[in-house]
Design a protein. Structure first.
Length: 213
């Protein structure tokens, strides 16, 4: 049996930040073809006001899934169907009578996830994770224009990055690198189950920082 997927609960907080900002969280995947045919997806975009206390929470569960993605206006809006998958497993997407279906995952190549498109047409596929109580995954990576007979391969490590930017909405597809540098980066694998992080602004330098509370 596979071990139970770990859960990471993150809390970001500020107090009298000094400026109204949006904290954007997105994944930092180390995958082949990044920004060519595979793209990260914005996870969270939360507003923090200049005065008073503010808090935003985010929960990641290490239960991965493949999904047939539906995209509108540059955002992954929903998944038509999905299947839970673990590292080292593979699945196949097929279609019959306009119904799409992922096969039960089988053992594949160690350390990676694979999905084969056998629908007869080009598909959009996403990798995501499933939190407790959710039926469909939260998208993490988006694979565009996956041709019939093609296979997508992902080796996902949950490295999360934080940015101060209001240019993106949640579930937006990042077609290129974020214009502003990341102010924080963490591999969630090494964190405790519950962590709290302080968002601060230095009025003298204009820099934003996130530090462990």
């Amino acid at each position: 049996m596979s071990p139970r997927p770990f859960v990471k609960n993150l809390t970001f907080q500020s107090n009298d930040l000094g400026k109204d900002v949006t904290l954007m969280l997105a994944w930092s995947p180390n995958v082949e073809g990044l920004y060519e045919n595979v793209f990260p997806i914005v996870w969270k975009a939360r507003k923090f006001a200049k005065s008073g206390p503010y808090r935003a929470t985010a929960t990641y569960t290490a239960q991965l899934a493949f999904a047939r993605a539906q995209v509108e206006n540059g955002q992954v809006v929903s998944a038509a169907t999905s299947v839970n998958i673990n590292n080292g497993e593979k699945t196949t997407l097929t279609e019959a009578n306009d119904v799409y279906y992922f096969s039960t995952p089988q053992m594949g190549t160690s350390g990676i996830l694979q999905a084969q498109n056998d629908t007869g047409s080009i598909q959009e596929i996403a990798v995501g994770f499933i939190n407790k109580g959710d039926f469909m995954p939260t998208p993490v990576l988006y694979f565009s224009d996956v041709g019939h007979g093609s296979r997508v391969t992902a080796k996902f490590t949950p490295v999360l990055q934080a940015y101060i930017t209001s240019d993106y909405e949640e579930t937006s597809i990042l077609r290129g690198q974020v214009d502003t540098p990341a102010i924080w980066s963490q591999d969630l694998t090494g964190l405790a189950q519950n962590t709290t992080w302080n968002l601060s602004h230095d009025a003298n330098t204009g820099r934003y920082t996130i530090t462990h509370a």
